[in-house]
Design a protein around this ligand. Sequence first.
Ligand code: FES
Length: 255
Amino acid sequence: MKTQDAVFRQAYPAPPYWVARFDVAHPPGPGAFVLADFGGPLREPLFPATIDANGFTVMLPPRHPATRLLPGTTVNMLGPLGQGFRLGGATRLLLVAETACLPPLLPLLEAAPAVALVIEAPTRAQLPPPDRLPPTVELTLVTRDGSAGYLGPLESQDPAPANLQRVMPHLVELIAWAECACFACANDRYPALATIVRAARIQPPPDFAQALVQVPMPCGVGACEVCRTPTRAGEKHACIDGPVFDMARNFALTL
Ligand code: FES
């Protein structure tokens, strides 16, 4: 089992999150994770929001114990663990996230020459400020109440009220444009999102659409059974078979 000692460098607020920086020899890649020991009863999964040769940053809720560490504190980490995103040299990358699930997609914002990002939030106030995102990203904002951008939810085909535009047709266009599409949403939305992918791409190649499954992962090595995730092929372990899964193969309602 691979463990490594990371060094906590700093934490600062970036509402609605805090950003914490760790220096570590082997940072996790996009969609992979480490299990960090912050002194609680269980280790905590950390997904990188940015990655460089010397470590990574992670976005955490305010008041997370890591935000109170002293700079220079050593934090033991198990990993890198799990199967991350597999871009396969894609030059047109589509990222789709609910705002609460967005941080693990952030390392991909500049991972391809052309990146389109679709963010869905309940309402305007929960959308991230566009100026925090790279200007090269083609941004599509979606709100469930229609207070900004397109009207959600992503899967809805219901007629939109006057003066509002459903996001679905635009999402289908983006899926048709992309060479790879990475999703970070609530797990129970993936079957419907896989259906939209199938409607836009008749025979998507393996890994064309990838879904990040976010569930508790206390052991990270397939031993505790807590992270079992239902798929078309039976239950799989998010920690070792995922947390990034081929969306069509694992979550589509029909193949
Ligand atoms: S986290 Fe324990 S089996 Fe996956």
